[in-house]
Structures are given as structure tokens and as C-alpha cells.
Design a protein around this ligand. Structure first.
Ligand code: NAD
Length: 422
């Protein structure tokens, strides 16, 4: 039996005997035995919130009081119906937001081997799903209204690299149009996608990734909103002192750009969560969040990272015919953003540090000539105020992890309850 077989064997044995995920034992004789901790309430919906009274009303009629509330309600996938197209309920139309969605997508994919998949949307979900679908041997066509993929971040030059790479794997792109309707079979499944440009695409399955909307409805009219989310200060605190917001739903100040932004990315969710926990538990030691926006993706053999802000003039660098290239963004005379495909760990760290330093750029030609070497040369410069990678103490990280887990039930709170840890 090989090593992998052994692991699988051990896992199967474990899975049949114990109905929990794999875990490490040290906490069993420590935190698990303590009387106070975080209670996780699953399968419970919060129906309404009263931030003046500091109470939540659940779907089962229970009222929960809190001292502090952390809103981690995230965002929901936009449905086609919001664009006037019906068919989201069809058995072979898939969205991807949670584990149930992705399990369903896998089932649908397996039900139509070698079939035609139409991907609606050219953002993160569209690009990542299209790659997986083609790897699973489906014939993939992507449809989106923009001139190129990932318009939120990519320049046309960067986008064309990825589009050509996808095309070399068999993915077709139909740009500058949207779908207007589906054709259905008698069993309710979609058989074709009709586009505004008049064409019809045969479809055995459809994947929709057309953006998200933050889940703010519980707090509309009670908290100040901005950028579609809950506006918070540098301590992740909303317009009500006892309510904090983190992740996709929070619009928070980004020092680098001097603006409030709502960021839809796992890194922002993790770091904003840590900061809110620190601000609540150690208020006197916790300053304003100094978050460096970070996005990444991995598809096929490709992998990119982006730090900062994609505003201002763009300078491309590297080998767009090879495996590693990138771009700098210069705004108001300073380097504010950097994208890198195919970098090493050290190179990614260097571009992150360069954006933190936010150096003044006098000569764009010189920057272009030096390319990635410019960021590498700044490696030993001290980072600006706030440090590189956050200001939190490590001891708070574990607590933040539990808070994120608790947010699955919608809210984390730790007040007035005595119970065991996990
Ligand atoms: P997105 O905002 O990244 O992309 C939306 C895409 O849909 C755009 O290409 C847009 O032009 C297109 N679109 C909008 N309306 C359309 C229409 N009517 N017809 C066809 N196309 C239309 O959103 P997403 O891809 O749905 O991703 C959802 C969320 O998941 C985002 O918050 C994203 O940041 C997150 N996500 C991030 C990653 C990552 O960071 N690697 C990976 C997956 C998902």
C-alpha cells in the first residue's frame, strides 16, 4: 500500500468511526474543559436586530442580548432574475457561494460528461469555474458584457494573456453581450442560452457568477451604510458603538488610498475579523486598521497576486509571452498597486512591501525599464506606519478564527452565556 493509499485508508476508517472533522488533541485538556467560551448556534436565522436595545430575534422566537455584536453576514450571489432573466431554479443552472452550491455543481457536471457548459460572467467565479469545467472535460463558453475578463482588476493587456491561455485550453469567449433567456426541456432543464446579440448556445449546464450583494437588510435604517455595506471606522466599529462589521459586508477605511472601501476577498475577511476582535478585547492597545488590499487567484498552472489599488497610470513589466509578468499602478506620483503572475514567494513579498512603502515615482520610463527589480530593490526599506502584515498580537488570532467560524450561523456574540468551547 502506498503512502497516499495509507492516508486514505486511515481517513476512511476514521470517518466511519467518528462523525467530526479531523482535529488536534491539545485543546481537549485545556480550552475544551473551560466553563466559558463561544457558543455556536447552527440552523438558526436571525429575523431582526434592534441595535438600540442590543437584541437579536431569532426565527425560533428566542431573543439574544449582546454586549458587542460582530456582523459577519457576508454577501449573496446576484441572481439572473435581478437582470430580468428567469431560470435560476432549473436543475442544471448553478451558482457558487457555499459548499452546498459547489456539491450541486459537481453533481451537475458529472451528469453531463463531455457536455456543453456556458459560464455567465467573466469575474472571479466565471474564470475559476471555467478552468475547472474545462479540466473536467466540458466544452466551455464564457459570456460577459465587458470588453475583457476581470475588468475589476485586469488591464486589457493582462486580460488578453489569460484569455489566450484559456483559449489554448479550449475555452471560448463571447464578450460584449449578455444572455436574455434560456430554452427549457419538458423536465425544466435548460437546453440553450439565448444571447442579446441574437445567437443561441446549446447548454447541458450553466454556471452563473455575476457578482454579489452584501447582506445588510437586518441593519438598514439602523446603521450608516456606504459602498453597499455597513460603514465602519478603523476599529471595524459601525455607527453604533456596540456593533462591529467584518468581511464582505463591511465598508472600512483603507489608509493606502485614503478612502472607505468594501473588499470582497478572504484575506480582508480574515484580517478585518482579527482587528474587530482586537478592538473589542484590547481596545486601548488597538489602533486603526491599516489593511493592504490583497487579491489572488490560481487557475490551471497559473497563479497571480495583487496588492494595493489599481488606480492611475499602468506600467506593465516582464515577459507576457512567458510565465511571469506584471503591472504597476502609479497614482498621484506614487506606486499604489502591483500585480504579478508567476512570482516566487520572495517576489510576492517584495511587491507587497513595495506597495506598503508607496514610493514616489519620478520617472515612469525608468520604472518600466527596471520592472520587477524595482520592487525587489525596496525589500530592505522599513515599512510605513502600521507595520507589514497587521498590528495584531498572535494570541488573538485563535480567537478570531473561532469568531469567523461562528459567523456561519450569522453572528458571533459572547455575552451572558456559559458553555464549552467548540
Ligand atoms: P465579480 O464581480 O468578480 O464578476 C462579475 C462578472 O459578471 C463580471 O465579469 C461582470 O461583467 C459579469 N456580469 C455582470 N452582469 C452580467 C450579466 N447580466 N450577464 C453576464 N455577465 C454579467 O463576481 P463573481 O465572479 O460572481 O464573484 C462573486 C464573489 O466571489 C466576488 O465577491 C468575488 O470577489 C468572490 N470570489 C473571489 C475569488 C478570489 O478572490 N480568488 C474567487 C471566487 C470568488
Amino acid at each position: 500500500m502506498g503512502q497516499v493509499d495509507l492516508v486514505i485508508h486511515a481517513w476512511n476508517k476514521y470517518r466511519t468511526e467518528v462523525r467530526v472533522a479531523p482535529y488536534e488533541r491539545p485543546a481537549l485538556s485545556k480550552g475544551y474543559l473551560l466553563p466559558e467560551g463561544i457558543e455556536l448556534i447552527l440552523r438558526t436565522r436571525v429575523k431582526s436586530a434592534d441595535v438600540r436595545r442590543k437584541t437579536l430575534l431569532t426565527g425560533t422566537g428566542e431573543t439574544i442580548s449582546y454586549k458587542y455584536l460582530i456582523v459577519a453576514t457576508g454577501a449573496r450571489a446576484l441572481k439572473l432574475e435581478e437582470f430580468g432573466v428567469n431560470g435560476s431554479d432549473a436543475a442544471n443552472v448553478c451558482y457558487l457561494r457555499d459548499l452546498t452550491d459547489v456539491d450541486r455543481l459537481v453533481n451537475v457536471m458529472q451528469s453531463c460528461p463531455d457536455g456543453n457548459a456556458v459560464v455567465i460572467g467573466g469575474g472571479y467565479i466565471g474564470m475559476e469555474c471555467a478552468a475547472s469545467l474545462v479540466i473536467n472535460k466540458l466544452n466551455v463558453t464564457m459570456v460577459f458584457p465587458d470588453a475583457h475578463c476581470m475588468t475589476r482588476l485586469f488591464t486589457p493587456k493582462i486580460a488578453s494573456y489569460y484569455e489566450e491561455f484559456y483559449q489554448s485550453k479550449g475555452v471560448k469567449f463571447i464578450k460584449g453581450t449578455v444572455l436574455t433567456s434560456f430554452d427549457f426541456k419538458s423536465d425544466g432543464k435548460v437546453t440553450a442560452v439565448n444571447l442579446k446579440n441574437g445567437s443561441k448556445l446549446p447548454a447541458d449546464m450553466v454556471v452563473v457568477g455575476i457578482g454579489v450583494r452584501p447582506n445588510t437588510s437586518l441593519f438598514e435604517g439602523q446603521l450608516t451604510m456606504e459602498k453597499g455595506g455597513i460603514k465602519v471606522n478603523g476599529k471595524m466599529q459601525s455607527s453604533n458603538n456596540s456593533v462591529f462589521a467584518i468581511g464582505d459586508v463591511a465598508a472600512f477605511p483603507i489608509k493606502l488610498v485614503g478612502e472607505t472601501r468594501r473588499l470582497e476577498h478572504v484575506d480582508a475577511a480574515r484580517k478585518s475579523a482579527r482587528h474587530a476582535v482586537a478592538a473589542i478585547m484590547e481596545p486601548e492597545k488597538t489602533g486603526e486598521i491599516d489593511y493592504l488590499p490583497f487579491f489572488y487567484s490560481r487557475v490551471f498552472t497559473l497563479s497571480w497576486q495583487f496588492y494595493g489599488d489599481n488606480a492611475g497610470e499602468v506600467i506593465h513589466f516582464g515577459d507576457f509571452y512567458g510565465n511571469s509578468f506584471g503591472a504597476y499602478w502609479i497614482h498621484k506620483g506614487h506606486l499604489v498597486g502591483c500585480f504579478l503572475e508567476g512570482g516566487t514567494k520572495e517576489q510576492y513579498e517584495a511587491i507587497a512591501r513595495a506597495i506598503r512603502v508607496k514610493p514616489r515615482i519620478e520617472d515612469l520610463g525608468e520604472l518600466q525599464r527596471r520592472g520587477l527589480e524595482f520592487a525587489l530593490s525596496l525589500r530592505h526599506k522599513p515599512p510605513t506606519e502600521g507595520g507589514f502584515g497587521g498590528i495584531m498580537k498572535k494570541s488573538l488570532y485563535a480567537t478570531a478564527g473561532v469568531i469567523i467560524a461562528a459567523s456561519i450561523a450569522a453572528f458571533a456574540y459572547w455575552y451572558g452565556r456559559r458553555c464549552k468551547m467548540w
